[in-house]
Design a protein around this ligand. Structure first.
Ligand SMILES: NC(=O)C1=CN([C@@H]2O[C@H](COP(=O)(O)OP(=O)(O)OC[C@H]3O[C@@H](n4cnc5c(N)ncnc54)[C@H](O)[C@@H]3O)[C@@H](O)[C@H]2O)C=CC1
Ligand SMILES: O=C(O)[C@H]1O[C@H](OP(=O)(O)OP(=O)(O)OC[C@H]2O[C@@H](n3ccc(=O)[nH]c3=O)[C@H](O)[C@@H]2O)[C@H](O)[C@@H](O)[C@@H]1O
Length: 430
């Protein structure tokens, strides 16, 4: 099938590389010329394991990139993989999706054969039918169901696992309101799902949109619940990780996403939970539990710093922050818990020194006046305390490096550092 994809970020690029790998002919469209150049050169514009190999294999053959929307006319299906950021009140800003849809519709006006537009971006229920659809009708001059159609296909990949998650998903969700659109989506995913036991959920547009939010809201709330339980565990001297291992054996609970600590960050959980709360508010429903999940998440960095305060007055003292990325395996610092932790330390007058294997440059843009070390050992040297914010594997191997601290105190927000003699170790929930 000939497919075009608008937006070549984390989702769009992964989708482009993987659909090309599944045998489709793919055109990636982005307004950023440097991204287009890199894709055409077979290089990955983002850091994702396995992505560079796929792009190197398919660029120039099954995969090409362009800044011109005109390319959509040579394709049968267009995915919209544009950002849906938060507004100040938490609700989603769909203006980029709407702008992209307008450009797409104008380009499709001249196309005579049928075309399916698939919303891949995370959007609140009703967006595809009530915003994307009407814009397409207006800009193409066609009627939905007659030459132009819409569908919704949410994405569940995780950053750092994007390619593997796309090629081996827990499920594929296809949202459509008529048989033709559904048949096109099925055909598109057939090379991925045929002969496998990957469940394909066929549903309506609003349901597909809501499934994505429900998925992320559930996972974020699950972590917040474990953080709440972990905070109670800590008060009673109970190890929350032993508790999590045991409750995770109950199949109704499941063992994943029970790692308590400094909380969830990233480009999606905070934005999507906020968007769902705002959408519920608009509909007249007060999403109390989701608000509480956000509240617990906001509290965890403060609890980490309060534990540190119990051990040391950090004013004018060097304090190491180990880990800056929102999770290991990525250089993404969006909504990283390291941000409120660094802010809290700066408020206390600490001399902060940050270290991360890959995210330092990005955090330097956010906090240009903070010192950044080239290794965990350098960050720890002469520090009066260290806090752990990201569970990079290399922190588990730290040992003698703690001997070089002025005072060997570690408050671990991710249960990654090994306890050792001579080290004052404080776990956030254990
Ligand atoms: N990042 C993730 O792990 C996941 C993201 N999502 C959702 O997917 C959507 C896209 O997210 P990301 O890929 O993370 O975004 P991103 O910010 O990484 O990439 C967006 C791309 O769109 C391009 N762009 C902006 N305006 C454009 C326009 N008018 N025409 C063409 N290109 C344009 C930008 O240059 C950028 O390359 C969002 O709704 C997000 O919530 C869903 C699942 C996972
Ligand atoms: O919509 C999205 O963008 C994506 O959001 C998350 O993926 P991602 O943000 O890449 O990362 P996760 O691995 O889910 O981690 C999110 C945050 O939760 C934290 N976390 C995760 C698991 C856990 O047990 N405890 C915990 O604190 C991580 O440290 C991280 O800060 C979802 O897992 C994806 O399914 C979804 O597609």
């Amino acid at each position: 099938m000939n497919v075009s994809i608008i937006g070549s970020g984390y989702v769009g690029t992964t989708l482009a590389a993987c659909l090309a790998d599944l045998g489709h002919t793919v055109t990636a469209i982005d307004i950023d010329e440097s991204i287009v150049e890199r894709l055409n050169a077979g290089e990955a514009p983002i850091h994702e394991p396995g992505l560079a190999d796929l792009l190197a294999e398919h660029a120039g053959t099954r995969l090409t990139a362009t800044t011109s929307y005109d390319a959509v006319r040579d394709t049968d299906v267009t995915f919209i993989a544009l950002p849906t950021p938060s507004r100040d009140d938490g609700s989603i800003d769909t203006s980029l999706v709407e702008k992209g849809t307008e450009s797409l519709g104008e380009a499709l006006r001249e196309k005579s054969s049928p075309h399916l537009v698939v919303v891949k971006s995370t959007v609140v229920p009703g967006t595809t039918a009530e915003r994307v659809g009407p814009i397409l009708e207006e800009t193409t001059g066609k009627t939905l169901g007659d030459g132009i159609d819409v569908a919704m296909n949410p994405e569940f990949l995780r950053e750092g696992h994007a390619v593997l998650d796309f090629l081996d998903p827990d499920k594929v969700v296809l949202g459509a309101e008529n048989d033709e659109a559904l048949a096109t989506l099925r055909e598109l995913y057939r090379p991925l799902t045929d002969g496998t036991d990957i469940p394909v959920v066929e549903t309506g547009l609003r349901e597909a949109e809501m499934i994505k939010y429900a998925n992320n809201a559930f996972l974020a709330t699950k972590i917040s619940l474990m953080n709440e339980l972990g905070n109670i565990c800590k008060e009673y001297g109970v190890d929350a990780y032993e508790v999590a291992d045991a409750i995770g054996l109950d199949e109704r609970i499941g063992s994943q996403f029970l790692a308590s600590g400094v909380g969830w960050g990233g480009s999606c959980f905070p934005k999507d939970v906020a968007a769902l709360i705002a959408a519920a508010d608009t509909a007249g429903y007060d999403a109390e539990l989701l608000k509480a999940a956000v509240g617990v998440n906001d509290r965890q960095p403060k609890r980490l710093l309060a534990l540190l305060d119990d051990h040391v007055d950090v004013s004018d003292k060097r304090v190491a922050v180990l880990g800056l990325a929102f999770k290991p395996g990525t250089d993404d610092i969006r909504e990283s818990r390291a941000i409120p932790v660094i802010e809290g330390l700066l408020d206390r007058g600490a001399d902060v020194v940050g270290y991360d294997p890959v995210a330092t440059d990005r955090m330097r843009e956010r906090f240009p006046d903070v010192e950044y070390a080239d290794s965990a050992a350098d960050a720890l040297r002469d520090a009066h305390a260290a806090v752990v914010v990201t569970d990079w594997d290399e922190f588990a191997a730290l040992d003698d490096e703690f001997d070089a601290m002025a005072r060997p105190i570690v408050v671990d927000g991710r249960r990654i550092v090994e306890r050792r003699e001579g080290l004052t170790y404080e776990g956030l929930t254990w």
